[in-house]
Design a protein around this ligand. Structure first.
Ligand code: SF4
Length: 361
């Protein structure tokens, strides 16, 4: 499309325009040009140019037809960022003057006007309330790939949608194509799947189908799925797909007819199939759950039993690092736990001196 908004409008006017409150129609007596603030008819080309120049409606039309990526999912995502389907243009432009902010997982995206035919996108972590000068600025949207690799402790993030995105960075001025590229680098395929879901076209691969097609080293998970009901899948979903572990909203179920009993979460973007991390974990659970249950007898005080439960809870909720050393009231406190180990483990680290049965088959 022509690089000047008014030239582009004049070139398109013979075909007519009807977008976001701007209409241009070609008639036998010339052009009719109408916006919420302006209406004129019988215009020749020069008069049409005069009406269009500097009109924010024309800048807006140009942005959405010549600047924003003309790919359905990307275009819809950019519209969603500025609530374009709900806010009429004058209202939207007022909001864009100071910046419209939306969250996408742990990303905070603020869109503001850049001239009257452009947008600028600021991208940062939702938890970064600090002044921009304290954040590391990036220009290349693909830098997001490196940022997404590790959490704030420098640990590798195997699941890109885990709520462990590191803080301290900012993309202060991305264009329309680059903001979508950066979001894609942080959270691959989330924009596409979100769009498919909105269009009623999200194709979901449920647990049973996904597990049934596993081969090679993952083929073993098929055996766990045989004649077990689906309670084990509830446990998998509760362990891995909870909002505390993953920002996607799980849409897959056991199969088309069988809903899981645990909720899928509240994430903005859907999860359409069990991911590789879940399948890898399920492989290990398949092996562990293949063992026969045994009866063990331990002597614990009531408080020790509760302490074991508190330790399991603290580890499962990722709370261990938050428990202060001085907080000996918390059962998962390090000193409390070391005391329990000193008291209950024998020299071979058997709980209460009770040996573990041979489970190696
Ligand atoms: S399967 Fe679960 S953990 Fe994996 S991406 Fe989907 S919702 Fe997240």
């Amino acid at each position: 499309m022509n690089e000047d908004p008014v030239d582009a409008l004049v070139a398109t006017a013979p075909d007519g325009i009807d977008f976001d409150g701007l209409t241009v129609e070609a008639g036998s007596d010339g052009y009719a040009f109408e916006t919420p603030d302006n209406a004129a008819s019988g215009l020749d080309e020069a008069a049409l140019r005069e009406a269009a120049v500097e009109d924010p409606q024309v800048g807006n039309w140009y942005f959405w037809h010549a600047v924003a990526p003309q790919v359905d999912a990307r275009w819809a995502f950019l519209r969603w960022l500025e609530d374009a389907e709900e806010l009429a243009l004058p209202e939207r432009y007022d909001a864009l003057e100071s910046g419209l902010t939306t969250e996408w997982g742990q990303l905070r995206i603020t869109v503001s006007l850049d001239g009257h035919a452009g947008r600028s996108y600021d991208l940062r972590h939702v938890d970064d309330e600090t002044p921009a000068t304290e954040l590391t600025a990036h220009e290349d949207p693909l830098d997001a790939r490196d940022i997404a690799k590790h959490d704030d402790d420098g640990d590798y993030r195997p699941l890109k949608t885990a709520p462990s995105l590191q803080t301290g960075w900012q993309f202060p001025d991305l264009g329309a194509a680059d903001i979508v590229e950066a979001v894609h680098a942080f959270y691959p395929a989330t924009v596409q799947n979100w769009h498919r879901e909105r269009e009623g076209e999200l194709d979901i691969d449920h647990w049973h189908e996904t597990v049934s097609r596993q081969t090679g080293i993952y083929g073993v998970v098929r055996t766990w799925d045989r004649g077990e009901g689906y309670e084990h899948v509830n446990w998998v979903a509760e362990a891995c797909c909870d909002d505390s572990e993953c920002l996607k909203r799980r849409e897959w179920q056991y199969d088309e007819e069988t809903q899981l009993d645990v909720g899928g979460g509240d994430g903005e973007f859907p999860c359409r199939e069990p991911c590789s991390l879940v399948i890898a974990a399920a492989r290990q659970w398949t092996k562990l759950e293949g063992e026969q249950a045994q009866t063990y007898e331990f002597e614990l005080t009531p408080s020790e039993k509760e302490q074991v439960e508190e330790i399991i809870d603290a580890v499962a909720d990722g709370r261990v690092d938050d428990i202060r050393e001085a907080d000996v009231y918390d059962g998962a406190n390090r000193y409390r736990t070391r005391f329990l180990r000193a008291k209950l483990f024998d020299d071979d680290e058997n709980l209460a001196g009770v040996e573990t049965d041979d489970y190696t088959g």
